[in-house]
Design a protein around this ligand. Structure first.
Ligand code: PLP
Length: 368
């Protein structure tokens, strides 16, 4: 393939190339360039750029957020090797999907064992024991000792959709409150409750109605320019005022939150915020949906981020690391306080390997 001239015979990144293929801020680009100039720690040739060119030509960029011209060749544990032979420490863990490390031997063994038996049989119609094993394990390890049920779906985003449906149908209420700067995924429901940025929503008309956004307890970037605790949680006061003046609380089905806001910059709220939120929600019978797609399975040092705050959500949404990077279905988990049937449908096979995956998490995390 003939490459465009700007990429030919390249050995190191140039500022232009990084700018072109990354979403880094100019400060980030400057930093990277300096590092590269100093260390010369990565080499990239036409081999890499030809693949990037092919992708640009044939794949829609709607689902892409390219960070870095790294074409993965192989990955083991925390090391990713690109097709040039460069090695990287994967702090990203493939976007928090492989918290036990790449190709954990127990996970590989379990996957191979399952594939040799059968790949898929819809659990909507028949039964499959590892599927139930996994549900029981999740009930055991997730916060809260109340009666729970588990529903499996297709992805983190579809589980957020399922959580919204479950909350609305269970409470018979319509309104959902979400947070500014939150990220909940890419399906229509998940986009509707995301407050991450207008690029996610621009020109998309079919968003859910009855979604309200409030400021997240973000002490790093306080919306009212105050400091905790002297602010007396103005952000919480905003929610109280909203319910006092605009939204009847008895019409609110749920508040959906990331216990630690991930894509917003890993923002950890003060404990007091959650104490007051739980109190408010219990008073008005508003459900709390915790989206732990990113923070779950050991990512924050506990199995679930809710545990840092003694927060027992009514619905917990899981995904990503539960399948250790396999594009298996069955990443959606809704654990519900009541014994009501949720009827979310779309159940799928869960591989036996996922139980091993959960067992391995604490050790891996301590190792990091
Ligand atoms: C907090 C959070 N919720 C939901 C999602 C969506 O998950 P998925 O990409 O599996 O649809 C993500 C993905 O990054 C996430 O970080």
């Amino acid at each position: 393939m003939k490459l465009s001239s700007k990429f030919s015979s390249t050995t190191n990144y140039t500022r232009k190339q990084i700018n072109l293929y990354t979403k880094l801020t100019s400060r980030g680009v400057k930093y990277l360039n300096n590092q590269i100039a100093k260390e010369k720690f990565v080499k990239v040739t036409d081999k890499t750029y030809s693949i990037i060119e092919r992708e640009k030509e044939h794949m829609s960029f709607t689902t892409r957020v390219p960070y870095y011209p790294l074409v993965v060749d192989k990955a083991r544990g925390s090391i990713v090797t690109d097709i040039e032979g460069n090695e990287f420490i994967d702090f990203l863990s493939s976007a928090a999907a492989v918290n036990t490390g790449h190709n954990h031997p127990k996970v590989v063994e379990a996957i191979v064992g399952q594939v040799n038996k059968f790949i898929h049989y819809t659990p909507a119609y028949m039964y499959h024991e590892p599927h139930i094993d996994l549900a029981e394990k999740l009930i055991e390890i997730t916060p809260g000792k109340f009666k729970k049920r588990v529903a499996f779906g297709l992805s983190g985003s579809s589980s957020v959709d399922g959580a919204i449906k479950a909350a609305r149908s269970y409470t018979n209420r319509k309104k959902i409150i979400s947070y500014l700067r939150s990220y909940h995924g890419t399906t229509c429901g998940a986009i509707s409750v995301s407050g991450y940025g207008p690029d996610m929503k621009r020109k998309i008309n079919s968003q859910l109605s009855d979604i309200e956004f409030i400021p997240y307890p973000d002490c790093y970037r306080c919306i009212s320019n105050q400091k905790y605790p002297s602010c007396n949680l103005t952000c919480f006061k905003y929610l109280e005022t909203l319910l006092d003046t605009v939204i009847p609380p008895e019409e609110v089905a749920a508040i959906i939150l990331e216990p630690i806001q991930g894509d917003a910059g890993v923002i950890t709220p003060p404990q007091e915020y959650y104490d007051r939120l739980v109190d408010l929600c219990r008073r008005h019978n508003i459900l709390i949906i915790a989206d732990e797609v990113q923070t779950g399975f050991g990512r924050t040092g506990k199995m679930f981020a809710c545990e840092h705050f003694n927060l027992e959500p009514d619905i917990i949404v899981l995904g990503k690391a539960i399948a250790s990077g396999m594009p298996f279905k069955g990443k959606v988990k809704l654990l519900f306080q009541s014994a009501e049937e949720l009827g979310t449908g779309a159940d799928e096979l869960i591989e036996a390997g996922e139980i091993d995956d959960i067992d391995g998490l604490y050790g891996i995390h301590r190792g990091l």
